[in-house]
Write a protein that binds this ligand. Structure first.
Ligand SMILES: NC(=O)c1ccc[n+]([C@@H]2O[C@H](COP(=O)([O-])OP(=O)(O)OC[C@H]3O[C@@H](n4cnc5c(N)ncnc54)[C@H](OP(=O)(O)O)[C@@H]3O)[C@@H](O)[C@H]2O)c1
Length: 253
């Protein structure tokens, strides 16, 4: 049972979470409800979204099955939402694309979901006055692109670095409405989304990579969700424009 008086409580807050059908976004939705909040959960996979709805309870959430790269579908969802106190952008595509093989199609595939979708969703929610004053917006970027680079990740890094720029300027624009805009940059978190990358490298190199994290091994979705609860809650009411790095110390070395 959520402690309503805690500064970290999300009691009474309605929060839209993208990418809630899997991985980090799914855990963020669960953690929001655990803190007393209500969630609008989005993704494309309706089966996964309905499973999450059953887990969270009908009274605590509403499902929107939407491909966020399809503008008309996104706008339809925006119009159906009454208002929100929080917005979390977790939908994204994690993809390796060695620079020699970058094609036009890959640029638009990665940028359309990792950069354009969160930008367009946020600005259209704002234009239609769906985001209440004193709300909190959280973008899930990555240390890859916002803090460091990595071999074979030119496109992915660029899309996430662009999010860092967006957060800084939007936080200034929205400060007069007391809407806070922040970024969480995770290190490697074990989810479905990184499985294809893990499958393409040897177990030995994964073990070697894990040793680069001073706190040991890779993170879990709860590590990111706990930071997200803080940024959505009143506990962070004087925090805007920051990058919260959650990476087990990886970028310290
Ligand atoms: N895992 C990591 O190590 C890590 C590290 C740093 C940053 N991140 C970032 O964290 C976020 C979540 O990653 P994850 O590991 O949780 O990945 P994931 O398990 O693959 O989840 C990705 C989510 O994005 C949604 N999505 C993808 N394309 C979409 C589209 N066109 N329209 C609507 N929804 C779409 C997926 O929904 P459907 O499957 O239903 O389409 C899914 O819910 C991403 O932005 C990623 O870049 C992850």
């Amino acid at each position: 049972m959520a402690n309503v008086k805690s500064p970290f409580s999300l009691f009474g807050k309605k929060i839209l979470v993208t990418g809630a059908s899997s991985g980090i976004g799914k855990q963020i939705a669960v953690s929001i409800v655990n803190q007393g909040g209500y969630v609008y959960i989005t993704g494309r996979n309706i089966k996964n979204l309905n499973l999450l709805k059953n887990q969270l309870g009908n009274n605590n959430c509403k499902v929107f099955a939407v491909d966020l790269t399809e503008f008309e579908a996104m706008i339809k969802m925006v119009k159906e939402i009454d208002y929100i106190d929080g917005l979390v952008h977790s939908a994204g595509l994690i993809s390796m694309s060695p620079y020699k093989f970058i094609k036009e199609e890959a640029i638009s595939r990665i940028f359309s979901i990792n950069y354009e979708a969160p930008l367009k969703l946020t600005t259209n929610l704002l234009k239609l006055k769906k985001i209440k004053n004193s709300s909190s917006i959280v973008f899930i970027s990555s240390i890859n692109g916002s803090c460091i680079g990595a071999k074979g990740f030119t496109l992915y890094s660029s899309s996430k670095g662009a999010i860092s720029g967006l957060v800084k300027s939007l936080s200034v624009d929205l400060a007069k409405s007391k809407i806070r805009v922040n970024e969480i940059a995770p290190g490697m978190i074990v989810t479905e989304g990184v499985k294809s990358i893990e499958d393409s490298v040897s177990k030995a190199s994964i073990n070697e990579d894990m040793k680069k994290y001073p706190l040991g091994g890779y993170g879990v979705p709860e590590d990111v969700a706990n930071g997200c609860v803080y940024l959505l809650s009143n506990a962070s009411s004087w925090v805007t424009g920051i990058k919260l790095v959650i990476d087990g110390g990886f970028t310290v070395l």
